[in-house]
Design a protein around this ligand. Structure first.
Ligand code: CMC
Length: 429
């Protein structure tokens, strides 16, 4: 907080002084709350210039391509940390020491099983249901099972819910896949780490031993880590808004999953692969690039552009490196879809339209390529994003609940009819 002020001059009225607050990084924010007493609202569709809250978790500088979690650059975390350690960092504010790290991993491991009754929920869904549809339902349903951690005003309840959500998401995600292909659900294995366990529950069967490929497990872990948080994006803001009503954490995360599903947000990784398949051949790329540039065509190049990053997406750099590792491990360097992706990336990075509009490949452009190579079906891609983003959602929810907060209640610029009297049916034309 500073003594700086902005002065708003309004024609025919006294000026209004608005306090300016400074954070540790990033632009100053003008506190517009005094406007209400002067009969004014602010107007900012899409919240492009609005700081909706104060937060200490994640910082992004979109122009410089910087992403920090609790101050640590994402590149360093992706290189030297792992997903569970990053979860700890997001939730607690500091990196764990060796004992804390081991205890946290042990707690997560001990909560990976889901209540057996949850399996009956799955049976109510069609086998061809989109896995995100199932995830919205079953994650929300967790609130019907874990009553002993629903008191949002009790920090220990909040912590237990956080652990449960991070621990159970891989189990539920793998169950949605197993259900879709008609294979039995696999129970989690406590001797495996977080990413290994997910791959085991996805691809193992009760009939034979399943060996987890360590290169793929490391890539999976990086995908989770690179998605772990991204400050006040649409789904995180949804979780905060839902949480501001006092709703329980499982319900709030389910709301976040719903918001993530859209193709402008987490659904983009699935849309990237569908787009690459639709393009089908390198020779057709110019046709699709032209469509993306045509103002009268709603088509967009999926996996390009970002609301905040206008230089490059730092997650995409790490993801690209992980993609190269996975493809070389699996001998897929000549995969036809990958060729299309690489050529598309090259053309878009050289095309003046994309350069001028600062549209760079985002994290989802490369994550889809890795996931496909690992053998994960396209419809599961957004589920994996949700799994990775869970610690971020829960860290933001917990930060909000641990501090004084108000119910989120935006206002509007009303442009509908003015007051008018009701007309009986026989008098309407
Ligand atoms: N292909 C072609 N043109 C684009 C694209 C694209 N992918 N993205 C933006 N544009 C154009 C857009 O038409 C507009 O042009 P004009 O100024 O002439 O009207 C200009 O660039 C600015 O676009 P915008 O929609 O105002 O930008 P935004 O910040 O509201 O949208 C976005 C950001 C991510 C929704 C958008 O870039 C997009 O739809 N990208 C494709 C979907 C995608 O990959 N989403 C994943 C984002 S990363 C994962 C996550 O964080 O969820």
């Amino acid at each position: 907080m500073t003594d700086k002020k902005a002065r708003l001059a309004l024609e025919g009225k006294d000026p209004i002084d608005l306090p300016i607050h400074s954070g540790t990084l990033g632009p100053d924010v003008v506190d517009v709350s005094p406007l209400l007493a002067n009969g004014l609202f602010t107007y900012d569709p899409g919240f492009v210039a609005t700081a909706a809250c104060e937060s200490r978790i994640t910082f992004i500088d979109g122009d410089k391509g910087v992403l920090l979690h609790r101050g640590y650059p994402i590149e360093q975390l992706a290189e030297q940390s792992d997903h569970l350690e990053t979860c700890y960092l997001l939730l607690n504010g500091e990196l764990p020491n060796a004992r804390q790290k081991a205890e946290f991993a042990e707690r997560i491991t001990r909560h990976t099983m889901v209540h057996d009754q949850i399996t009956t929920f799955f049976k109510g869904f069609r086998r061809d249901a989109h896995p995100m549809a199932i995830m919205c339902g079953v994650v929300g349903a967790l609130s019907a099972f874990y009553h002993d951690s629903l008191d949002i005003n009790d920090p220990r309840h909040r912590e237990t819910s956080a652990i449960r959500l991070i621990a159970k998401m891989p189990t539920l995600a793998a169950m949605t896949y197993k259900y879709s292909i008609g294979q039995p659900f696999m129970y989690p294995r406590n001797d495996l780490n977080y990413a290994e366990n997910f791959l085991y529950m996805m691809f193992g069967t009760p009939c034979e031993e399943f060996k987890v490929n360590p290169v793929l497990a490391r890539a999976m872990d990086r995908i989770f880590l690179l998605h772990a948080d991204h400050e006040q994006n649409a789904s995180t803001s949804t979780v905060r808004l839902s949480g501001s009503t006092g709703a329980n954490p499982f319900a709030c995360i389910s709301a976040g999953i719903a918001a993530l599903w859209g193709p402008s947000h987490g659904g983009a990784n699935e849309a990237v692969l569908n787009m690459l398949e639709e393009i089908g051949d390198v020779s057709r790329i110019p046709e699709f690039v032209n469509r993306a540039k045509d103002k009268n065509d709603p088509f967009r190049l999926m996996g390009f552009g970002h609301r905040v990053y206008k230089n490059f997406d730092p997650r995409a750099k790490v993801m690209k490196q992980a993609a190269d590792e996975v493809l070389s491990e699996l001998g897929l360097e000549n995969d036809p879809l990958l060729k299309i992706a690489k050529e598309l990336e090259r053309i878009a990075l050289e095309d003046p339209y994309f350069i001028e509009k600062k549209l760079y490949p985002n994290v989802d452009f490369y994550s889809g390529i890795i996931l496909k190579a690992i053998g994960i079906p396209t419809s599961m891609f957004t589920v994996i994003f949700a799994l990775g983003r869970t610690p971020g959602w829960i860290a933001h929810w917990n930060e909000m609940i641990s501090n004084p907060y108000k119910i989120g209640r935006p206002r509007q610029l009303y442009t509908g009819p003015v007051r008018r009297d009701f007309q009986p049916l026989d008098q309407r034309s």
